[in-house]
Design a protein around this ligand. Sequence first.
Ligand code: PEP
Length: 254
Amino acid sequence: MTTSIRPLIAGNWKMNGTSASVPELVAIGKAFTHGFDVQVDALICPPATLVARAHDVLSSTPVRVGGQDCAITQSGAHTGDISAEMLKDAGAGFVIVGHSERRTDHGETNEIVQKKALAAWRAGLTAIICIGETQSQREKSLTLDVLTAQIEGSVPQGATASNTVIAYEPVWAIGTGLTPTLPDVAAAHAHIRSELSRHLGEGFETIRILYGGSVKPSNAQELLSVQNVNGALVGGASLKASDFVGIAEACRPA
Ligand code: PEP
């Protein structure tokens, strides 16, 4: 973790959660409010149906709320889509764009992801832009090339630390219990940092680069201690307050 950048621990609930999950949100909010002395930002991205509820429950706590995807346009004839402005109106401050499940299940290209990041900015949201290689790309030693192409294609010019977070999520590590070796995480994050510099020219130095893929309390400390890892994007382990808080606690300096 680069110490000058305050880490962000972001939870992606994916298509999980109903009103029965509200007590879990309450528990997360409480944990970060009372006696939580770790210097870390926390964010929960519930399904869109819970964004307003999450905002109601968490707005008096340090925990922020985000969406998991947004449309490119602001409004109009796009049945089922939700715009960044709508997420903002419901209380979101962030939105994930380009998650590998969106890229795979919905055919989202780098170009679409870039437009979604711009839509997030238009609404005043911080875009969490996800990138990462598949298993077959990794086996062909294409990881760094894939990251370069995704940064060039998905990250709009004008990205800064206040409007953008990058999440490096090796697709093969998501939900599998597998994680890259620490040297592999370090190499990917160093590459992303240097490609952001090449691509953006300026403003890149303090952009947070999260690691995502099977992060849990038991491996968070080692993953979060890697250079240029500025937090985590957490799927499964963010559904339980105790696990999510346990991951955030791993940001405590040793
Ligand atoms: C994710 O979906 O962004 C993710 C990292 O999932 P998990 O933590 O479950 O691997």
